[in-house]
Design a binder for this molecule. Structure first.
Ligand SMILES: Nc1ncnc2c1ncn2[C@@H]1O[C@H](COP(=O)(O)OP(=O)(O)O)[C@@H](O)[C@H]1O
Ligand SMILES: [Mg+2]
Length: 351
């Protein structure tokens, strides 16, 4: 008998037809992708593409407007994250995250930050009572285990010698690693990192890479990473998903994504002439003519369409319907769609 369903490599998170609307703005539009177990998956795209919103849906901060987010644990249990109360997502589904802006208890020591993260296990062991916290042997055992786990991740994050210093005294790069160590102390099966390399110098960035590779190779945690820095993405990810205006424009291994004309045209920070070269290579002169005819104000990622560029004014359209992405703003869409009539006004599509 022929198998009709191919079960691909083990998937830890499956995002299916995810949409998230904020009033008239569709921040995520029918997005589907998989995060495979044991891999580092990178979610990339310019500011405002919807990356953090994806994380907020996965971790229960937002309830998605539509779609399914299935987390499959190693023991076979599956959780529909969009239906779980947000406090159960770390505890039961074993998803941990860090934020785009560092959130540590800066007055607490480095070690205390890691112990607080294990608060759930400690409270369970104490029977949720003060007496339990003070006296019981199970609490003492849990405490020892917590300190052991904290020390393990401190060492991996190269922070063991800073254990008793206030977290606020650490350098920026060290604080980033501490956040990751703290998340790892909850023993997650999926770790979501929102721009962990932002603002790091090259040495700190290299140290971060070492830590992330260690997590991938030596723990049971898979990583979903939002990243702006293409060198980080290319160096450490196994799988890259590219978002533009809430939609997926590319999905594959780093090499194929890097060479995808849509990604080059929209995101890799190339000059217009290079975009033209790519378009000539893919052989679409009509698109070239179109690009030339697009008034400057309408063409969002401009001359150097860089991933570091802020969202361009007017690139997100709001109307009484639900159109979010601006087709005129997207060189990627122009590459993909081919011969769209050049006369089509922005805002006429995707209603
Ligand atoms: N809570 C919110 N309310 C309204 N709009 C939001 C909210 N969160 C995000 N957005 C909008 O959704 C879009 C995607 O934002 P975000 O996910 O933060 O992008 P990214 O992380 O890729 O830079 C942006 O246009 C942003 O302004
Ligand atoms: Mg963001």
């Amino acid at each position: 008998m022929v198998e009709t369903v191919t079960i691909a490599r083990d998937v830890v998170l499956s995002v299916e037809h995810l949409s998230m609307r904020f009033g008239g703005l569709k921040a995520i539009d029918d997005l589907s992708f998989d995060v495979r177990r044991g891999e580092i998956t990178a979610l990339i795209g310019p500011n405002g593409a919807g990356k953090t919103t994806v994380f907020n849906c996965i971790t229960g901060f937002y309830k998605p407007t539509e779609g399914m987010l299935t987390l499959k644990r190693k023991d076979g249990h599956a959780f529909l994250l969009e239906r779980l109360p947000d406090y159960e997502i770390p505890a039961r589904a074993k998803v941990a995250r860090t934020f785009q802006n560092i959130r540590l208890f800066s007055g607490m020591t480095v070690l205390e930050n890691l112990l607080v993260a294990q608060h759930n296990a400690l409270m369970k062991a104490s029977g949720f009572t003060i007496l339990g916290l003070l006296g019981s042997s199970s609490y003492r055992n849990a405490d020892e285990a917590s300190i052991e786990l904290a020390s393990y991740w401190l060492e991996r994050a190269d922070l063991l010698d800073r254990a008793d210093d206030p977290a606020g005294d650490l350098s920026y790069g060290a604080q980033r690693r501490l956040e990751i160590a703290r998340a790892m102390c909850t023993r997650p099966e999926l770790l979501c990192l929102d721009e962990p390399a932002a603002g790091l110098n090259p040495r700190e960035s290299a140290e971060l890479n070492v830590l992330l590779r260690f997590i991938r190779d030596q723990s049971d945690t898979s990583i979903l990473l939002i990243e702006h820095d293409m060198s980080v993405v290319m160096q450490i990810s196994d799988h890259v998903v590219v978002l533009e205006y809430g939609r997926k424009i590319s999905d594959g291994d780093p090499e194929s994504v890097k060479n995808d004309p849509k990604v080059i045209a929209a995101y890799l920070g190339v000059e217009d002439e290079e975009v033209e070269e790519v378009l000539v290579e893919v052989g679409d002169e009509q698109i070239l003519e179109q690009l030339e005819s697009v008034p400057v104000g309408d063409a969002a990622p401009q001359a150097s369409a860089s991933m570091f560029a802020p969202p361009v004014a007017g690139s997100i359209e709001r109307d009484d319907g639900d159109a979010a992405a601006s087709p005129a703003a997207s060189k990627a869409a122009q590459v993909e769609k081919g011969a769209t009539p050049a006369t089509k006004k922005s805002g006429e599509e995707d209603k």
